[in-house]
Design a protein around this ligand. Structure first.
Ligand SMILES: O=c1ccn([C@@H]2O[C@H](COP(=O)(O)OP(=O)(O)O[C@H]3O[C@H](CO)[C@@H](O)[C@H](O)[C@H]3O)[C@@H](O)[C@H]2O)c(=O)[nH]1
Ligand SMILES: [Mn+2]
Length: 752
């Protein structure tokens, strides 16, 4: 497809991003950490247990810092030139777009609608796109909203293309007031679009409040007497772009699907939904590329598909060419950038090795790679090598791998052999699509094992891309400003904890499962440095955990009157280390707007809980659970002054008490740490104990006092939480539990 003439300018370029200052700082911190470890080893026999515990924590932290140094060492990104695409490519490849949603309460339909609208209006020929929405909530409201969205799309898509609108999610677009300099016609169109969008959101809102009337409509029959966890497969072609030529007035296919669910049958959460999406789209449109986004992630850059195609088409000449293109995404509630604070240098760092990880959303995948293809299976010119072709010729093995559906097997063979997209009628495949959504369909096949999105981890993204890179593929990153996709992130507080806990648990699951970066050290085609990056990701809980365990140590040594920190000149190591680390953190804060002091506690506490989760899983006691993050529709300053009320309060029932409970427990470790350090300081200053410290050689001193003060100051914002009311406040039950544990700790430290 890409023209091979070499004199044409490239479609994309790889840009190196190395910062020598950052590398020097990170290396110095590493050097200091290792000197500290050496010091601890040399004096190990002179001190007691707290010295050993401190050594272990510091060793874990240093190990993780070493891995981190590897990650940030050679950052790179891709810059693409979509303007050159038209002169290089006669026919653009088609792309299937997947949107997943799971819960109409936590993920308000108006958000899903906006995401879908932004995707339908992408700057790409409409006959080359198809949008599939998977609904794990089996909600008639979602289906209804999409049907209404389609009506609006018929005017929205031509409007966006006519005026080359940049951000094509209406709820964001209408945040800006009308630009009257664009002329009379534009003003007229703009006002009409705004009115129509308000009507659409009103309709969705009305239906949210009262969905009983849906029962009377025949089209909703499939939803009658269904429960999210108990229903048959539903496949609805909402819009079919029959015989489209890709002009500006067309709207791409829009399909609603919801796979079969039965109680007591494990459905693999998002990974399961993705695999169903792959199959249904395989049957209907079978595009060689697939873009997947979470339901809250609208496209923020209309040209994003063209940008991704630049990379795929340019890289197709490279033997281990690009398996997926991960786009930068960020979040529009600016309060909440906290949890992704390290992204720029970490993401680009990994991108500079074998290619970025896949982060679950805003990513273009190659269908063939998702079907399990390896670079070795390819001959020249992207065609299949003869061995791979032979494998395809036995239907039996294909059925074993991809499941017992003739149509599916045919579509897989077509995709692997890169048969050019021929427009098919989606509605003809509805029965076949329902068949592949059956709960038994994947039984004894390779779906979730070697084919599709992989199971056995809550972080299906990390899990899936580990395997892709292990087969020798590379990946690329589109990291542009403004980011290609935007979504929402819970504010720091109760909702943020389960999400961080899930990420940490999910990555640890990868550490222990078949994809583990520790396995096959010398067999797989994972580059050594990429393997270390995966090791860092799958053990990401280790550094916050070691920090968490470190925090009560100054209190212990003060109470126990024992030494924690080196004395004399060697104390310089600790002071320099803290100073450097402080400067580094400050730099991170400055480069990540919105980062707040509170945010560093989230990973610390989550790490403890995810270690708990993974232990229960490894012992076979319980399974890990995917808790869907609650998305909020932001308040908008609607030009008319009266924003549709869904934007203020969606009137839906608040979250179940469950996550509040989970949230309150998350504050336990922090409250405990704060209390014990305050207790140790109180003990020291107020002379509550009769024992004289100064007289005893080798007892704790000013260093340990400073340690306690440092920890207490770090937890001061946390102290605020003790006094806050409402859902972000620390409940009395947590406080009393923490106080109880703190008393035990103090008694233990004093008496031991
Ligand atoms: O049973 C489920 C559970 C979730 N989802 C969808 O998965 C997506 C991500 O869920 P969310 O609760 O928003 O999780 P986040 O932590 O915000 O998501 C990040 O982390 C996940 C892995 O933990 C990745 O899958 C996501 O792509 C990534 O954005 C959403 O579209 C959900 O609708 C399903 O389709 N089915
Ligand atoms: Mn999300």
């Amino acid at each position: 497809m890409a023209d091979s003439s070499s004199f044409l300018p490239p479609l994309c370029e790889r840009i190196s991003y190395k910062s020598y200052v950052l590398s020097a700082v990170v290396l110095t911190i590493l050097g200091l950490l290792f000197s500290l470890l050496l010091y601890r080893i040399l004096y190990m026999n002179q001190y007691d247990t707290v010295w050993v515990v401190a050594f272990l924590c510091e060793a874990c932290y240093s190990f993780m810092w070493l891995l981190f140094t590897n990650v940030i060492w050679s950052p790179a990104k891709h810059k693409s030139y979509p303007d050159r695409l038209d002169e290089r490519v006669q026919e653009l490849p088609s792309v299937d777009i997947f949107v997943t949603t799971a819960d109409p309460v936590k993920e308000p339909s108006i958000l899903v609608v906006n995401t879908v609208l932004s995707l339908l209006a992408l700057n790409y020929p409409a006959n080359k796109l198809a949008c599939y929405v998977s609904d794990d909530g089996c909600s008639p409201l979602t289906y209804f909203s999409l049907k209404e969205a389609l009506k609006f799309a018929n005017i929205w898509v031509p409007f966006c293309k006519k005026y080359n609108v940049k951000v094509r999610a209406p709820f964001r677009y209408f945040l800006d007031s009308l630009d009257t300099s664009m002329g009379f016609e534009f003003t007229k169109d703009w006002e009409m679009m705004k009115r129509e969008y308000e009507k659409l959101s009103q309709k969705v809102e009305d239906a949210t409040r009262d969905s009983n009337w849906l029962d009377s409509d025949n089209d909703f029959e499939a939803f009658s007497s269904t429960k999210p966890t108990d229903h048959s497969t539903i496949v609805k072609v909402i819009w079919e772009n029959k015989g489209g030529v890709g002009d500006e007035k067309e709207v791409p296919h829009l399909v609603y699907i919801s796979r079969e669910k039965r109680p007591n049958y494990f459905h693999h959460y998002k990974a399961g939904a993705m695999n169903f999406l792959v199959r249904v789209s395989g049957l209907m449109t079978n595009a060689p590329y697939m873009l997947n986004v979470d339901c809250d992630m609208y496209a923020n850059e209309a040209d994003v598909v063209r940008q991704a195609m630049c990379i795929f088409l340019e890289e197709s000449t490279n033997p281990n060419h690009c398996a997926f293109v991960q786009c930068r995404h960020d979040f529009y509630d600016n309060k909440s950038n906290e949890l992704i604070n390290m992204e720029p240098h970490v993401i680009l760092g990994i991108a500079g090795i074998q290619g970025p990880f896949y982060y679950g959303t805003g990513c273009f995948h190659t269908r063939r790679v998702i079907y399990g293809l390896s670079p070795d299976d390819l001959g020249d010119d992207e065609s299949l090598a003869s061995a791979a072709t032979r494998k395809l010729s036995t239907e039996e093995s294909l059925v074993r791998e991809f499941g017992n559906s003739k149509e599916m097997v045919k579509s897989v063979v077509g995709a692997l052999q890169r048969h050019l997209y021929t427009q098919r009628i989606c509605t003809n495949s509805i029965e076949a699509a329902k068949e592949v959504g059956n709960i038994h369909y994947e039984h004894q096949t390779n779906w979730g094992k070697t084919v599709g999105w992989l199971y056995d981890s809550l972080s299906e993204d990390l899990n899936t891309c580990t395997r892709i890179h292990s087969r020798g593929w590379t990946s690329s990153s589109i990291y542009m400003d403004p980011p290609a996709f935007r979504g929402c992130m819970p504010p720091v507080g109760v909702e943020a904890f389960p999400q961080m806990r899930r990420w940490m648990t999910g990555s640890m699951e990868v550490f222990f499962n078949k994809q583990s970066p520790l396995i096959g050290m010398f067999q797989q085609k994972l580059k050594f440095r990429q393997r270390l990056a995966y090791l860092a990701a799958s053990m990401s809980c280790l550094s916050p955990l070691s920090m968490l365990l470190y925090c009560p140590l100054p209190a212990y040594s003060l109470l126990h009157n024992t030494i924690l920190f080196p004395k004399g000149i060697s104390l310089g190591i600790i002071i320099t280390l803290l100073g450097m680390h402080f400067l580094y953190t400050l730099w991170e804060f400055m480069t990540s707007p919105g980062l707040s002091i509170e945010s560093w506690y989230v990973p610390m506490s989550s790490s403890l809980f995810s270690v708990f989760d993974i232990t229960l899983k490894l012992l076979g006691i319980s399974r890990t659970v995917f808790i869907v993050t609650k998305k909020t529709v932001p308040e908008t300053k609607s030009g008319s002054g009266d924003a549709p009320s869904h934007l203020k309060d969606n009137g839906m029932k608040p979250d179940s008490g469950n996550s509040e409970f989970v949230g309150s427990l998350f504050f336990l470790p922090g409250t405990f740490i704060l209390l014990v350090n305050l207790a140790a300081l109180a003990d020291f200053w107020m002379g509550l104990r009769m024992r004289s410290r100064s007289g005893k050689e080798g007892g704790s001193g000013l260093e340990e006092v400073c340690g306690c003060i440092f920890v207490a100051i770090s937890f001061l914002p946390f102290l605020k939480g003790l006094f806050l009311k409402g859902k972000y406040g620390i409940p009395l039950s947590t406080l009393s539990k923490a106080a109880f544990l703190a008393v035990l700790f103090v008694v233990f430290s004093l008496g031991n």
